[in-house]
Design a binder for this molecule. Structure first.
Ligand SMILES: [Zn+2]
Length: 119
């Protein structure tokens, strides 16, 4: 079964925009090696990736590295130290911090949702 309770419609013009666990989302397709889900909103018919709107979306890092970066940042580890520990460029860490900043409240949920154990 697909647990969609964490997701919501990302179309800001949709009456159900931002409502989680509202029953308006379906999974019409999957793509990629990780079988990333395509979500569709029944209300406005918009389709989007389950990764859109999360700090991991459109990132060039493999999910386990991205998760590691976010985990360090969430623990308050500085940019340079995180870069050194995870083995990525400091600019990459900065980019993730910027992405995560817009989603700070849901960061923990997303870390759990996209952890490498999730397959
Ligand atoms: Zn919608």
């Amino acid at each position: 079964m697909d647990d969609l309770s964490r997701f919501c419609c990302l179309n800001s013009d949709c009456p159900d925009h931002g409502k989680r666990n509202h029953g308006n989302l379906t999974v019409p397709a999957r793509y990629g090696l990780n079988k990333t889900r395509v979500l569709r909103c029944r209300t406005c018919k918009t389709r989007f990736s389950e990764r859109k709107g999360t700090p991991l979306f459109d990132a060039r890092l493999p999910p386990e590295k991205a998760t590691a970066v976010l985990a360090h940042v969430a623990e308050g580890v500085g940019t340079r130290k995180t870069a050194r520990l995870v083995g990525v460029h400091a600019n990459t860490v900065t980019r993730y911090i910027r992405r995560a900043g817009r989603h700070a409240r849901e960061l923990h949920d997303e870390l759990v949702a996209f952890s490498p154990d999730d397959h």
